[in-house]
Write a protein that binds this ligand. Structure first.
Ligand code: NDP
Length: 474
């Protein structure tokens, strides 16, 4: 519904040139040329990101989540790499079976079970929805049924935990490292397949980008929206499932492990489950809206999304729960309430900021933000076929405070997850550091993209809203 309204407003705005064509605007998709810094970052990530994930998970498995002990042991010569490696669980048939069933089940839910949630949940937008206009001017259709997949999966999980007992709810924790190998295999297979597909049988050749640099293309993707058949969209599937559906199950498995080991679940573990559960549910409730976010409407599908969604997200976004299995922190009531408040306020800012933009874009500015008609800056851009589109940049509400206040809310929530773990170890704080780097980098990428897309109109916007994340500071 929201997407439909936006399309209509885009169509209304889709008129002939009004304020002069801006030549660079047709370059607003992913980069065509690779600078040395991007290449160096990509080579670094390709080489080290899998090692970073392994190091974090191994340090919990063998060193009680201490990140320094393995290094100290190695540097002092007390241990060799081969000692650590020999203690690392290898791929097992059990893990391969679990993972295959898991991914196959999510594929079935995604492809073969059309959404019914939108038929009975008021306000929920699901079913067939349209994405944003791609640089080639294509508007893709998506079957938005992630909330349904999440609900069905969790009903089955709880039915098993409390009634059927086919498997232990600690199954994920108990197979965590063997499952890591399975996730890596899928991540590499899917990224490599996407690369080959981009060369030989792309879904939409006009939306492909070849920089000529193998590593960059492998990492950042060639195809914009690779699909198999009409509905299996790689980006929507891998972005949301299996990783994000798994996120809450992984946390539940950690809570079950705490119960098994210590006979109770700590309030910090409950906080992690609740706060991250809200974030995950928010994602699925707003899955149609996510079709308009940078991951879907800007990034091409390569290793960054394919491997990242299969490995990085489920393994590193759940570090707090994993840590709490090894260190069961019981927070005093005041700290627990403070962390809950920080998480909820962060979530509120994150959601309201995103909602304000969505409402504004869907109604083409004919709405109220904080009780008043919104202020905005009119802007225009062009797709590769030279068609000119008109759009608006909101400068009211949270969007008048900073250009990415939704990221600020996200960061507050991320900090709350980390704080549940106390201050004994660095490992749980990796998440807030990573999110700060990710979202600051996104600010830079988005600034670059929007400037390329809107040209001088974007300059007018940045003059009206000078701060990016924190009003008065940055
Ligand atoms: P935004 O939702 O902020 O989208 C940025 C786009 O919105 C711009 O490219 C531009 O696109 C449009 N826009 C920018 N300013 C305005 C304005 N003033 N008025 C109207 N439109 C504007 O960013 P993301 O897609 O990166 O993030 C979406 C959410 O997802 C965020 O809340 C973020 O915190 C979260 N996120 C979480 C991640 C995680 O790993 N947990 C990772 C990434 C994001 P255009 O004009 O072309 O439509």
């Amino acid at each position: 519904m929201a997407a439909h309204r936006e399309k209509k407003s885009e169509e209304r705005n889709h008129r002939s040139a009004r304020n002069g064509a801006q030549a660079p605007q047709v370059q607003w998709g992913r980069a065509w040329e690779v600078d040395w810094f991007s290449l160096a970052s990509i080579l670094f990530l390709l080489a080290f990101a899998p090692l970073i994930v392994y190091y974090f998970i191994m340090s919990c498995d063998q060193y009680q989540c201490s990140l320094t002990d393995p290094l100290i042991n190695l540097l002092m010569g007390n241990k060799h790499l081969s000692d650590i490696w020999s203690k690392t669980p290898s791929l097992t048939y059990t893990a391969a079976g679990i993972y295959t069933v898991w991914v196959a089940f999510q594929v079935i839910l995604y492809v073969f079970v059309p959404d019914f949630c939108h038929k009975f949940l008021p306000g929920y937008v699901g079913g067939v929805q349209e994405g944003a206009v791609t640089p080639a001017g294509v508007v893709n259709k998506y079957e938005v049924n992630g909330l349904q997949a999440w609900i069905i999966t969790h009903i089955l999980w709880f039915a098993n935990a409390y009634y059927f007992h086919y498997f232990s709810p600690t199954i994920i924790f108990d197979n965590w490292i063997p499952l890591l190998w399975c996730a890596n295999i899928l991540g590499y297979v899917v990224s490599t397949f996407a690369m080959i597909k981009g060369y030989f049988f792309p879904t939409n050749a006009k939306d492909c980008k070849f920089t000529g640099n193998f590593f960059y293309d492998y990492m950042m993707g060639i195809e914009f929206n690779p699909r198999i058949g009409k509905w299996f969209d790689f980006k929507l599937f891998f972005n949301g499932r299996p990783g994000i559906v798994a996120w809450t199950l992984i946390n539940l498995s950690y809570a079950a492990k705490q119960q098994e080991l210590y006979g109770h679940v700590t309030n910090s573990m409950i906080l992690v489950n609740v706060l991250q559960g809200i974030y995950v549910l928010d994602y699925f409730w707003n899955e149609a809206w996510y079709l308009k976010t940078i991951d879907i409407c800007h990034d091409h599908f390569g290793w960054y999304l394919g491997w990242g969604d299969c490995v990085w997200l489920p393994y590193l976004y759940t570090l707090q729960g994993l840590y709490l299995v090894y260190h069961p922190v019981q927070l005093c009531t005041a700290n627990a309430i403070g962390i809950l408040a920080l998480g909820l306020v962060g979530y509120y800012i994150f959601r309201m900021t995103n909602h304000q933009k969505d409402l504004f874009r869907c109604t083409s500015g004919n709405c109220k933000i904080w009780g008043e008609k919104p202020d905005y800056i009119e802007c225009s851009y062009m797709s590769v076929d030279g068609t000119k589109y008109y759009s608006k940049l909101l400068t009211s509400g949270f969007w008048g405070w900073a250009r990415h206040f939704n990221y600020t809310g996200d960061l507050m929530g991320s900090l709350a997850y980390c704080l549940t773990c106390g201050f004994e170890h660095f490992l749980p704080y990796f998440y807030i550091i990573y999110m700060t780097i990710l979202l600051t980098h996104r600010c830079i990428r988005d600034e670059h993209r929007c400037y390329s897309k809107f040209g001088k109109d974007w300059k007018r916007y940045t003059a009206a809203v000078p701060y990016q994340l924190i009003p008065g500071l940055f």
